[in-house]
Design a protein around this ligand. Structure first.
Ligand code: ADP
Ligand code: MG
Length: 381
């Protein structure tokens, strides 16, 4: 994306350039809507946007990724399926206006992203956080980064109708170079943990398989967890499933009839434990323990939470031949995985994964080296 692309589309020069990263989650998967602790970090694949103020009440949006342009009236916004991707940025105008923030003229925004869309690296939270950051900056709303994350999540839930947790929006808004975020999704408290593992780095493995039916499966897991909580809440005096102690797990499981729901609870409770062990292993730089935990997390997501699928299982198995450990990241059902690898063996990892994957599925996967980066930023041109 060049300045000139904006000019060719909107016949004016842009005034600002902004960007927001994407994210991986190191561990703590599918527990951000169960009050758990998660360990995401922002990575250097970005949504970028050139922006110009308008003098009327229209928002004009274009995405180089979808090649679609949408114009909407900021006083007349409503989710409209036919507007597709544009519902993400439009939702922020709607939500912020409905909270009483003064947004009394429109914008032209030209988006472009090198994040694989719909692949579990949270391009949706990236474009939402970015839009919220842009609006906050241009209209001087005075929001801090936690508010930007919360409002973007609210927009994805209320405007786009997806019951997402806070992890993705927070991971991106609060991103910090070479650190992961330890985010307590119950109290929305966080701190940073330095990722300093020498020659061992996290890399991304993209199955390049488009996700299908993800939303309904995701919402089904949220529903199953809520069902389990209804039964367990009065017995154990808990507010969320992650507050259940590992020592109470067997008793809790004996109170649940449905076999699938039992498995979901087992994943949630053991995953919360793995997050704690992972933090300990990061602190001790215990590479082998980190690898074991990545593998255990994937196994639990595959067998108990049932959100992986053939492509993710295969890419993770292939990566484990060279890497210290690997697991799916994000919502799952295809999409991306991460692997922890001795960076001197990166080329070998790439070869084993790409060749093995193509032999099985007949199309290419991607292995991407990544940096852990800061959250959104931008400047006046
Ligand atoms: P993920 O967040 O894992 O990438 P989602 O399905 O949650 O997957 O979000 C992907 C959707 O977000 C896309 O289908 C599109 O509607 C929207 N989106 C994200 N980034 C962009 C972009 N740069 N341009 C247009 N739409 C985008
Ligand atoms: Mg998303």
């Amino acid at each position: 994306m060049e300045i000139n692309d904006f000019y060719l589309r909107f016949n004016e020069k842009p005034e600002y350039l902004y960007q927001a990263p994407s994210r991986i989650n190191l561990i703590g998967e599918h527990i951000d809507y169960n009050g758990g602790d998660v360990l995401p970090c922002a990575i250097g694949l970005y949504t970028k946007a050139y922006v110009r103020k308008r003098s009327d009440q229209s928002v004009r949006l274009y995405s180089e990724n979808t090649k679609l342009e949408v114009t909407a009236d900021i006083n007349n916004l409503k989710y409209d399926k036919s507007l597709g991707w544009a519902n993400y940025p439009l939702g922020l105008f709607y939500i912020l206006k409905s909270k009483g923030y003064s947004i009394n003229y429109g914008l032209d925004i030209y988006f472009s992203s090198n994040i694989p869309l719909g692949s579990g690296l949270s391009s949706s939270a990236s474009i939402l956080d970015l839009t919220c950051y842009i609006i906050n900056d241009i209209y001087n709303l005075g929001l801090d980064m936690v508010s930007i994350a919360k409002i973007s999540q609210e927009s994805e839930i209320k405007y786009n109708g997806l019951s997402v947790g806070i992890m993705d929006e927070a991971a991106i808004a609060l991103g910090k170079k070479d650190s992961c975020l330890l985010l307590d999704t119950h109290n929305i408290e966080y701190k940073y943990i330095k990722i300093d593992l020498g020659k061992y780095k996290f890399v991304v493995l993209n199955t390049c398989k488009p996700r299908v039916l993800t939303e309904s499966k995701y919402n089904e897991r949220v529903y199953e967890c809520n069902k389990a909580l209804e039964v367990l809440k009065p017995v154990f005096s808990i507010d969320n499933l992650c507050q259940l102690k590992i020592t109470d797990l067997d008793k809790a499981l004996s109170l649940i009839e449905d076999n699938n729901i039992k498995k979901r609870v087992r994943h949630v409770v053991t995953e919360e434990e793995r997050v704690k062990s992972f933090i300990d292993a990061l602190d001790k730089k215990d590479i082998n323990r980190l690898g074991e935990l990545l593998k255990e997390s994937h196994k639990s997501l595959k067998e108990d939470y049932e959100v992986t699928g053939d492509n993710l299982d295969t890419i993770v198995d292939l990566a484990n031949k060279v890497a210290i450990g690997a697991r799916m990241t994000g919502a799952g059902f295809s999409g991306c995985a991460i692997a922890l690898v001795d960076i001197n063996r990166f080329e070998e990892l790439k070869e084993v994964v790409l060749e093995g994957y193509k032999n099985i599925f007949g199309y290419d996967a991607e292995v991407i080296a990544i940096d852990i980066v800061d959250g959104p930023n931008g400047y006046k041109l």
